[in-house]
Design a protein around this ligand. Structure first.
Ligand code: AMP
Length: 422
């Protein structure tokens, strides 16, 4: 089981003694729900789990109770038709552990919501009006906001009396200065249609940059870090003194790095060309760039483990996909180095960033003049703990800091509900 760090934000005393101290965190994807039940008195996990392949014949629920020592993970396989059925199955598992969703100890449900637009700069208690606003943002987050909404509505149906809080991926990036957030297009058109760079993965960038300052043993306000969140979705951010000053995703999560299935940066004229020359309509181009591009488009695989395996076997397409992925990553590291002026750490996180040593090695290779070096032995270490992969003497630290979006969402949710109650 992954060791999870304790929370970094101290809770006010009145909340420590509050009877309702649990928060259920739901991260609803299009065909999956990840969940964690946390006790906010100490940030510990009571149960964690995942429902995947919702809507398929081969759905799977993996539930791990973490109370009472020696509890084993339980697994269910077989069709789970939709999010409603998924959440009901999760509720049954929790009830079996004495952690049912009807418990008075449950203080709130915190939902990861991908796009909060300009309106949501902080976690928000969900009302009908908030739901309507999240719905209005669906066109700019078509892969995510609909699934997030389904998760919220399903949870509301199960516990209509309970506060439900939306924690937005975009919120951390609202500190970006206008010169980083605006596209260089006609201002009236941009404003009329709320076109600007919002950025995503904000809870991860916030959490990881804070943990990096702790790893460095320095106050957050003093450190400049480049955070590389490399999962199936991927984004980079430049964080100066705990505030985001630039990030690679834009109006939607499509911009920036090469991802599992998304192209990242591309000349927008490619889309006109596809319409004029290939006869594709908007939806087809959307699917091409969001679902059939990136690593999967380049070599047919989006799992970095599989790509590395193919490279070891001499597969040229996998090699080229890897090289394109790394080249883009290097460009962002260089760009954010220039934006920040001084960098204290470059930090890798998420599935690829935490696990793929060859990606870290290749991304940093050749940057000695910038003070960036990876130590091969340290880089080869596998661990769930935050750690340096640069040698002691390095001018700029290179680190791996496992992200913990669920803890961040739970803390933000609980802080908001506590404030609302006081
Ligand atoms: P995430 O979106 O953060 O869950 O990351 C998922 C991705 O992490 C997968 O698609 C893989 O590409 C990558 N990944 C997970 N484990 C490993 C590993 N041991 N080595 C390389 N890549 C990994």
């Amino acid at each position: 089981m992954t060791a999870h760090p304790s929370p970094t934000t101290a809770l006010p005393d009145e909340l420590r003694s509050a009877p309702a101290s649990r928060v259920l965190v739901l991260n609803s994807g299009s065909s999956s729900v990840k969940y964690q039940l946390l006790d906010m008195r100490d940030g510990s996990r009571l149960a964690v789990g995942l429902v995947e392949r919702i809507g398929e014949e081969t759905s799977r629920l993996v539930h791990t109770p973490l109370t009472g020592g020696g509890a084993e993970k339980r697994e269910r396989t077989g069709p789970i038709a939709d999010h409603d059925a998924a959440l009901k199955a999760v509720a049954e598992e929790l009830t079996q552990d004495g952690l049912g969703l009807d418990s008075p100890e449950l203080a709130a449900i915190g939902h990861r919501v991908v796009h909060g637009g300009l309106r949501f700069t902080a976690p928000t208690v969900i009302t009908d009006e908030v739901l309507a606003e999240i719905e209005r943002l669906v066109p700019v987050a078509p892969l995510h906001n609909p699934a997030n909404l389904t998760g919220i509505r399903t949870a509301q149906a199960l516990r209509p009396d309970l506060p439900q809080v939306a924690v937005f991926d975009t919120a951390f990036h609202t500190t970006m200065p206008e010169h980083a957030a605006r596209y260089a297009i006609d201002v009236e058109t941009a404003d009329a249609h709320r076109i600007r760079r919002y950025g995503f993965h904000g809870t991860s960038h916030a959490y990881v940059s804070r943990r990096t300052a702790e790893l460095l043993g320095r106050p957050l306000a003093e450190v400049n870090v480049i955070v590389l969140h490399l999962g199936n979705g991927a984004s980079a951010s430049a964080v100066a003194g705990g505030r985001c000053v630039d990030t690679s995703m834009g109006l939607t999560p499509l911009e920036g790095l090469v991802m599992g299935t998304r192209s990242g940066d591309i000349d927008p004229a490619v889309t006109f060309h596809l319409k004029r020359v290939a006869g594709m309509d908007e939806d087809e181009v959307d699917v091409l760039l969001n679902k059939k591009s990136g690593l999967v488009g380049l070599c047919g695989d989006n799992d970095m483990r599989e790509i590395r395996r193919r490279i070891e076997e001499g597969d040229e397409r996998a090699r080229l996909a890897f090289d394109i992925y790394i080249h883009r990553l290097k460009k962002y590291i260089g760009a954010y180095y220039a934006v920040l002026g001084r960098v204290d750490a470059v930090v890798f996180t998420a599935g690829v960033g935490e696990n793929a040593a060859p990606v870290r090695e290749a991304a940093i290779a050749g940057m000695e003049e910038l003070g960036l070096v990876v130590d091969a032995d340290l880089n080869a270490v596998r661990s769930d703990e935050p750690r340096f992969v640069s040698p002691d003497h390095a001018r700029v630290a290179v680190a791996v800091v496992p992200t913990d979006e669920e803890l961040e969402i739970a803390q933000q949710t609980f802080a908001l509900v506590g404030n609302a109650l006081s």
